[in-house]
Design a protein around this ligand. Structure first.
Ligand code: NCD
Ligand code: ZN
Length: 368
Protein backbone atom coordinates (compact mmCIF):
# COMPACT_ATOMS: atom_id res chain seq x y z
CA UNK A 1 0.00 0.00 0.00
CA UNK A 2 1.50 3.36 -0.98
CA UNK A 3 1.40 6.49 1.17
CA UNK A 4 -1.79 8.53 1.39
CA UNK A 5 -2.22 11.43 -1.05
CA UNK A 6 -2.29 13.97 1.74
CA UNK A 7 -1.01 14.33 5.31
CA UNK A 8 -1.76 16.88 7.99
CA UNK A 9 1.19 17.06 10.35
CA UNK A 10 2.74 19.38 12.93
CA UNK A 11 5.26 21.81 11.39
CA UNK A 12 8.57 20.03 10.90
CA UNK A 13 11.92 20.63 12.61
CA UNK A 14 15.13 20.21 10.62
CA UNK A 15 17.95 19.51 13.04
CA UNK A 16 20.91 19.91 10.65
CA UNK A 17 21.03 22.76 8.14
CA UNK A 18 23.72 24.83 6.48
CA UNK A 19 22.57 28.39 5.82
CA UNK A 20 26.04 29.89 5.17
CA UNK A 21 27.25 33.36 6.14
CA UNK A 22 24.62 35.94 7.03
CA UNK A 23 24.36 38.54 5.77
CA UNK A 24 25.40 36.90 2.53
CA UNK A 25 23.96 35.95 -0.84
CA UNK A 26 23.43 32.23 -0.20
CA UNK A 27 21.85 32.78 3.22
CA UNK A 28 19.51 35.38 1.67
CA UNK A 29 18.53 32.87 -0.99
CA UNK A 30 18.02 29.76 1.12
CA UNK A 31 16.80 31.00 4.53
CA UNK A 32 13.39 32.08 3.16
CA UNK A 33 12.89 28.54 1.80
CA UNK A 34 12.82 26.98 5.30
CA UNK A 35 9.18 27.79 6.01
CA UNK A 36 8.17 27.12 2.41
CA UNK A 37 9.25 23.56 3.15
CA UNK A 38 6.88 23.29 6.14
CA UNK A 39 9.68 23.72 8.68
CA UNK A 40 9.62 26.24 11.54
CA UNK A 41 12.70 25.19 13.58
CA UNK A 42 16.25 24.51 12.40
CA UNK A 43 19.53 23.54 14.06
CA UNK A 44 22.12 25.69 12.29
CA UNK A 45 25.60 24.38 11.51
CA UNK A 46 28.63 26.52 12.46
CA UNK A 47 31.06 25.58 9.64
CA UNK A 48 31.22 29.04 8.12
CA UNK A 49 34.26 30.18 6.14
CA UNK A 50 36.65 31.92 6.33
CA UNK A 51 35.91 31.73 10.06
CA UNK A 52 33.74 29.14 11.79
CA UNK A 53 31.39 30.07 14.66
CA UNK A 54 33.58 29.53 17.73
CA UNK A 55 32.18 31.95 20.31
CA UNK A 56 28.83 32.75 21.89
CA UNK A 57 29.05 36.32 20.59
CA UNK A 58 29.51 35.10 17.01
CA UNK A 59 26.69 32.57 17.32
CA UNK A 60 24.31 35.23 18.61
CA UNK A 61 25.30 37.70 15.88
CA UNK A 62 24.74 34.95 13.31
CA UNK A 63 21.34 34.15 14.85
CA UNK A 64 20.29 37.83 14.65
CA UNK A 65 21.33 38.01 11.00
CA UNK A 66 19.26 34.91 10.22
CA UNK A 67 16.29 36.34 12.14
CA UNK A 68 16.51 39.40 9.90
CA UNK A 69 16.05 37.10 6.89
CA UNK A 70 13.03 35.28 8.36
CA UNK A 71 11.96 36.17 11.90
CA UNK A 72 9.31 33.42 12.02
CA UNK A 73 11.83 30.58 12.08
CA UNK A 74 13.38 29.37 15.35
CA UNK A 75 17.15 29.11 14.81
CA UNK A 76 18.85 26.76 17.27
CA UNK A 77 22.52 27.70 17.24
CA UNK A 78 25.74 25.72 17.53
CA UNK A 79 29.46 26.31 18.04
CA UNK A 80 32.29 24.67 16.09
CA UNK A 81 34.43 22.51 18.41
CA UNK A 82 37.74 24.32 18.43
CA UNK A 83 40.67 24.67 20.82
CA UNK A 84 39.78 28.32 21.50
CA UNK A 85 36.55 27.29 23.28
CA UNK A 86 36.87 27.34 27.08
CA UNK A 87 34.80 25.78 29.84
CA UNK A 88 33.53 29.27 30.71
CA UNK A 89 32.39 29.75 27.12
CA UNK A 90 30.35 26.54 27.40
CA UNK A 91 28.64 27.91 30.54
CA UNK A 92 27.91 31.15 28.70
CA UNK A 93 26.63 29.17 25.72
CA UNK A 94 24.05 27.45 27.90
CA UNK A 95 22.94 30.78 29.35
CA UNK A 96 22.62 32.18 25.81
CA UNK A 97 20.44 29.26 24.67
CA UNK A 98 23.03 27.73 22.35
CA UNK A 99 22.12 24.10 21.93
CA UNK A 100 25.11 22.23 20.59
CA UNK A 101 28.79 22.04 19.70
CA UNK A 102 29.64 20.40 16.39
CA UNK A 103 32.78 18.32 16.03
CA UNK A 104 34.25 18.00 12.55
CA UNK A 105 37.07 15.50 12.25
CA UNK A 106 39.77 17.50 10.48
CA UNK A 107 39.79 16.84 6.76
CA UNK A 108 36.51 14.88 6.70
CA UNK A 109 34.27 17.42 4.90
CA UNK A 110 33.58 21.00 3.77
CA UNK A 111 35.25 23.57 6.09
CA UNK A 112 36.63 20.95 8.46
CA UNK A 113 40.19 22.31 8.25
CA UNK A 114 39.83 23.84 11.75
CA UNK A 115 38.39 20.61 13.12
CA UNK A 116 39.26 17.93 15.61
CA UNK A 117 42.28 15.63 15.37
CA UNK A 118 41.70 13.96 18.76
CA UNK A 119 39.02 14.41 21.44
CA UNK A 120 41.59 14.16 24.25
CA UNK A 121 42.37 17.91 24.47
CA UNK A 122 38.64 18.66 24.77
CA UNK A 123 38.07 16.65 27.96
CA UNK A 124 37.17 19.62 30.18
CA UNK A 125 34.96 21.17 27.53
CA UNK A 126 33.10 17.88 26.98
CA UNK A 127 32.63 17.52 30.77
CA UNK A 128 31.20 21.03 30.90
CA UNK A 129 28.87 20.25 28.00
CA UNK A 130 27.71 17.14 29.83
CA UNK A 131 26.98 19.23 32.94
CA UNK A 132 25.23 22.01 31.04
CA UNK A 133 23.12 19.77 28.76
CA UNK A 134 24.82 21.07 25.59
CA UNK A 135 24.65 18.53 22.77
CA UNK A 136 27.79 17.16 21.10
CA UNK A 137 27.01 16.94 17.37
CA UNK A 138 29.30 14.53 15.57
CA UNK A 139 30.24 14.50 11.94
CA UNK A 140 30.77 10.77 12.19
CA UNK A 141 33.51 10.06 9.69
CA UNK A 142 37.25 9.60 9.91
CA UNK A 143 39.11 11.36 7.11
CA UNK A 144 40.05 9.26 4.10
CA UNK A 145 43.55 7.85 4.28
CA UNK A 146 45.03 5.39 1.83
CA UNK A 147 47.65 4.41 4.41
CA UNK A 148 44.94 3.42 6.90
CA UNK A 149 42.64 1.89 4.30
CA UNK A 150 39.93 4.54 4.77
CA UNK A 151 37.76 5.72 1.87
CA UNK A 152 34.34 7.38 1.79
CA UNK A 153 32.83 3.90 1.86
CA UNK A 154 34.10 2.86 5.31
CA UNK A 155 34.77 6.32 6.84
CA UNK A 156 31.59 6.21 8.95
CA UNK A 157 31.95 2.65 10.18
CA UNK A 158 35.57 3.43 11.18
CA UNK A 159 34.26 6.34 13.27
CA UNK A 160 31.79 4.27 15.32
CA UNK A 161 34.37 3.18 17.95
CA UNK A 162 34.96 6.90 18.65
CA UNK A 163 31.22 7.41 19.18
CA UNK A 164 31.12 4.45 21.57
CA UNK A 165 34.19 5.66 23.51
CA UNK A 166 32.70 9.14 23.91
CA UNK A 167 29.37 7.70 25.05
CA UNK A 168 31.16 5.49 27.61
CA UNK A 169 33.45 8.26 28.90
CA UNK A 170 30.69 10.90 29.16
CA UNK A 171 27.62 8.83 30.07
CA UNK A 172 25.25 11.80 30.48
CA UNK A 173 26.51 13.80 27.48
CA UNK A 174 23.82 14.28 24.84
CA UNK A 175 25.26 13.16 21.50
CA UNK A 176 23.86 13.27 17.98
CA UNK A 177 25.51 11.14 15.33
CA UNK A 178 24.74 13.38 12.36
CA UNK A 179 23.60 12.12 8.95
CA UNK A 180 23.78 8.37 9.60
CA UNK A 181 24.36 6.52 6.33
CA UNK A 182 25.04 2.91 7.30
CA UNK A 183 23.24 -0.01 8.93
CA UNK A 184 26.18 -0.15 11.37
CA UNK A 185 25.64 3.47 12.43
CA UNK A 186 21.92 2.83 12.99
CA UNK A 187 22.80 -0.20 15.10
CA UNK A 188 25.40 1.74 17.10
CA UNK A 189 22.95 4.56 17.90
CA UNK A 190 20.28 2.03 18.90
CA UNK A 191 22.74 0.24 21.19
CA UNK A 192 23.51 3.41 23.20
CA UNK A 193 21.38 5.19 25.83
CA UNK A 194 18.56 7.71 25.39
CA UNK A 195 21.13 10.52 25.50
CA UNK A 196 22.42 9.37 22.08
CA UNK A 197 20.40 9.95 18.90
CA UNK A 198 21.00 10.06 15.15
CA UNK A 199 19.88 12.36 12.39
CA UNK A 200 18.96 11.08 8.95
CA UNK A 201 18.90 13.25 5.83
CA UNK A 202 16.28 13.22 3.11
CA UNK A 203 18.73 12.44 0.31
CA UNK A 204 20.29 9.39 1.96
CA UNK A 205 16.81 7.81 2.03
CA UNK A 206 16.87 7.57 -1.75
CA UNK A 207 20.46 7.76 -3.06
CA UNK A 208 22.78 4.78 -3.43
CA UNK A 209 26.52 5.14 -3.90
CA UNK A 210 26.17 4.79 -7.68
CA UNK A 211 23.71 7.72 -7.87
CA UNK A 212 25.94 9.69 -5.52
CA UNK A 213 28.95 9.23 -7.80
CA UNK A 214 27.09 10.03 -11.01
CA UNK A 215 25.98 13.63 -10.37
CA UNK A 216 27.70 16.65 -8.78
CA UNK A 217 24.41 17.69 -7.16
CA UNK A 218 24.32 14.34 -5.34
CA UNK A 219 27.90 14.62 -4.13
CA UNK A 220 28.08 15.08 -0.35
CA UNK A 221 29.72 13.77 2.80
CA UNK A 222 29.07 11.20 4.04
CA UNK A 223 28.66 9.34 0.75
CA UNK A 224 25.52 7.38 0.01
CA UNK A 225 26.09 3.67 0.58
CA UNK A 226 24.58 0.26 -0.29
CA UNK A 227 20.96 -0.90 -0.73
CA UNK A 228 21.20 -2.66 2.67
CA UNK A 229 22.37 0.55 4.32
CA UNK A 230 19.57 2.55 2.72
CA UNK A 231 17.04 -0.05 3.90
CA UNK A 232 18.37 0.30 7.46
CA UNK A 233 17.95 4.10 7.31
CA UNK A 234 14.39 3.82 5.98
CA UNK A 235 13.51 1.36 8.73
CA UNK A 236 15.14 3.61 11.34
CA UNK A 237 12.81 6.44 10.22
CA UNK A 238 9.64 4.42 10.76
CA UNK A 239 10.76 2.62 13.95
CA UNK A 240 12.65 5.56 15.45
CA UNK A 241 10.97 5.77 18.86
CA UNK A 242 12.86 9.00 19.38
CA UNK A 243 16.32 7.63 18.47
CA UNK A 244 16.33 9.12 14.94
CA UNK A 245 14.98 12.39 13.60
CA UNK A 246 15.22 14.61 10.54
CA UNK A 247 18.43 16.54 9.94
CA UNK A 248 18.56 17.25 6.24
CA UNK A 249 22.19 18.41 6.07
CA UNK A 250 20.90 20.71 3.33
CA UNK A 251 24.20 22.17 2.12
CA UNK A 252 23.88 24.83 -0.59
CA UNK A 253 26.90 25.63 -2.76
CA UNK A 254 27.08 28.14 -5.56
CA UNK A 255 27.00 26.36 -8.91
CA UNK A 256 30.54 27.54 -9.62
CA UNK A 257 31.76 25.55 -6.58
CA UNK A 258 29.90 22.50 -7.83
CA UNK A 259 31.00 22.73 -11.45
CA UNK A 260 34.20 24.78 -11.42
CA UNK A 261 37.65 23.64 -12.45
CA UNK A 262 38.65 22.30 -9.04
CA UNK A 263 37.14 19.43 -7.08
CA UNK A 264 33.39 19.66 -6.67
CA UNK A 265 32.13 20.95 -3.30
CA UNK A 266 30.44 18.36 -1.07
CA UNK A 267 26.82 19.09 -0.18
CA UNK A 268 23.28 18.41 -1.42
CA UNK A 269 20.78 21.29 -1.31
CA UNK A 270 17.41 20.02 -0.07
CA UNK A 271 16.01 22.83 2.11
CA UNK A 272 12.99 24.03 0.07
CA UNK A 273 11.56 20.54 -0.57
CA UNK A 274 12.91 18.59 2.39
CA UNK A 275 9.66 16.91 3.45
CA UNK A 276 8.61 15.97 -0.07
CA UNK A 277 11.89 14.12 -0.60
CA UNK A 278 11.30 12.12 2.57
CA UNK A 279 7.74 11.15 1.61
CA UNK A 280 8.78 10.20 -1.93
CA UNK A 281 11.63 8.06 -0.58
CA UNK A 282 9.28 6.29 1.85
CA UNK A 283 6.77 5.70 -0.93
CA UNK A 284 9.45 4.22 -3.19
CA UNK A 285 10.68 2.05 -0.31
CA UNK A 286 7.17 0.65 0.23
CA UNK A 287 6.94 -0.13 -3.50
CA UNK A 288 10.33 -1.91 -3.48
CA UNK A 289 9.47 -3.86 -0.33
CA UNK A 290 12.22 -2.15 1.70
CA UNK A 291 9.55 -1.13 4.21
CA UNK A 292 6.77 -3.43 5.41
CA UNK A 293 3.21 -2.47 4.38
CA UNK A 294 1.55 -0.23 6.95
CA UNK A 295 4.87 0.82 8.54
CA UNK A 296 4.62 4.49 7.54
CA UNK A 297 2.09 5.53 10.18
CA UNK A 298 1.04 9.11 10.96
CA UNK A 299 2.73 8.71 14.33
CA UNK A 300 6.02 7.67 12.73
CA UNK A 301 5.92 10.67 10.39
CA UNK A 302 5.03 13.12 13.16
CA UNK A 303 7.78 11.74 15.36
CA UNK A 304 10.57 11.68 12.78
CA UNK A 305 9.73 14.98 11.08
CA UNK A 306 8.69 17.08 14.06
CA UNK A 307 8.40 15.69 17.58
CA UNK A 308 11.54 13.65 18.30
CA UNK A 309 14.09 16.30 17.31
CA UNK A 310 12.35 18.97 19.35
CA UNK A 311 12.12 16.64 22.35
CA UNK A 312 15.83 15.77 22.13
CA UNK A 313 16.81 19.46 22.08
CA UNK A 314 14.24 20.38 24.74
CA UNK A 315 12.24 22.76 22.57
CA UNK A 316 8.45 23.10 22.62
CA UNK A 317 6.25 21.05 20.27
CA UNK A 318 5.17 22.76 17.04
CA UNK A 319 2.35 25.28 17.43
CA UNK A 320 1.17 25.10 13.83
CA UNK A 321 0.22 22.43 11.36
CA UNK A 322 1.01 21.82 7.73
CA UNK A 323 -0.63 19.85 4.94
CA UNK A 324 1.44 17.89 2.42
CA UNK A 325 -0.20 16.93 -0.87
CA UNK A 326 1.21 14.42 -3.30
CA UNK A 327 2.22 15.78 -6.71
CA UNK A 328 1.21 19.35 -5.87
CA UNK A 329 4.54 21.03 -6.61
CA UNK A 330 7.50 20.90 -8.94
CA UNK A 331 11.13 21.28 -7.86
CA UNK A 332 12.76 24.37 -9.35
CA UNK A 333 15.61 23.92 -11.86
CA UNK A 334 17.65 26.29 -9.71
CA UNK A 335 17.37 29.16 -7.23
CA UNK A 336 19.09 32.36 -8.25
CA UNK A 337 19.91 35.35 -6.13
CA UNK A 338 22.14 38.32 -5.99
CA UNK A 339 23.60 40.51 -3.34
CA UNK A 340 24.05 44.11 -4.32
CA UNK A 341 26.49 44.74 -1.50
CA UNK A 342 26.48 47.89 0.59
CA UNK A 343 28.41 51.12 0.84
CA UNK A 344 31.66 51.98 -0.81
CA UNK A 345 33.55 49.25 -2.61
CA UNK A 346 30.37 47.17 -2.82
CA UNK A 347 30.62 44.02 -4.87
CA UNK A 348 27.72 42.46 -6.66
CA UNK A 349 27.57 38.72 -6.16
CA UNK A 350 25.33 36.46 -8.15
CA UNK A 351 24.60 33.01 -6.87
CA UNK A 352 22.82 29.99 -8.26
CA UNK A 353 22.02 26.92 -6.22
CA UNK A 354 20.63 23.73 -7.78
CA UNK A 355 18.25 21.73 -5.59
CA UNK A 356 18.23 17.95 -5.29
CA UNK A 357 16.05 16.31 -7.98
CA UNK A 358 15.68 19.59 -9.91
CA UNK A 359 12.69 19.65 -12.24
CA UNK A 360 10.90 16.64 -10.69
CA UNK A 361 7.38 16.59 -9.28
CA UNK A 362 7.06 16.62 -5.51
CA UNK A 363 4.66 17.16 -2.60
CA UNK A 364 3.09 20.59 -2.06
CA UNK A 365 3.26 22.21 1.38
CA UNK A 366 0.51 24.39 2.86
CA UNK A 367 0.50 26.07 6.27
CA UNK A 368 -2.84 25.56 8.05
C1 NCD B 1 28.52 20.10 4.32
C2 NCD B 1 28.77 21.55 3.86
O1 NCD B 1 28.73 21.77 2.64
O2 NCD B 1 28.97 22.41 4.69
N1 NCD B 1 28.74 19.23 3.21
C3 NCD B 1 28.25 17.98 3.07
O3 NCD B 1 28.61 17.31 2.09
N2 NCD B 1 27.39 17.47 3.91
C4 NCD B 1 29.38 19.78 5.48
C5 NCD B 1 28.93 18.56 6.24
O4 NCD B 1 27.91 18.56 6.91
O5 NCD B 1 29.62 17.53 6.15
ZN1 ZN C 1 26.27 19.11 7.48
Amino acid sequence: MPLQDSYTLPAAADMHVHLRNAPGPIASLVTPTIRRAGIDTVFVMPNLAPRPVVSVAEALAYQRALQALDPEVTYLMSLYLHESITVEEIRRAREAGIKGVKAYPRGATTNSQWGVVSFEPFHDVLRAMEEEGIVLNLHGEVPSSAADGVTVMNAEVRFLPVLKELAAKYPRLKIVLEHCTTADAVEAVRSLGDNVAGTITAHHLSLLVDDWAANVHHYCKPSAKSPEDRRALLNAVVTSNGKFFLGTDSAPHNITAKKGKGNTAAGVFTQPYALGYVLTALDEALARGDLPPGSVTDGALRGFLSEYGRAFYGVAPAARQIRLTRGGARIAESLKGEDKGEGEGRVEVEVEVVPFRAGEETWAVEWL
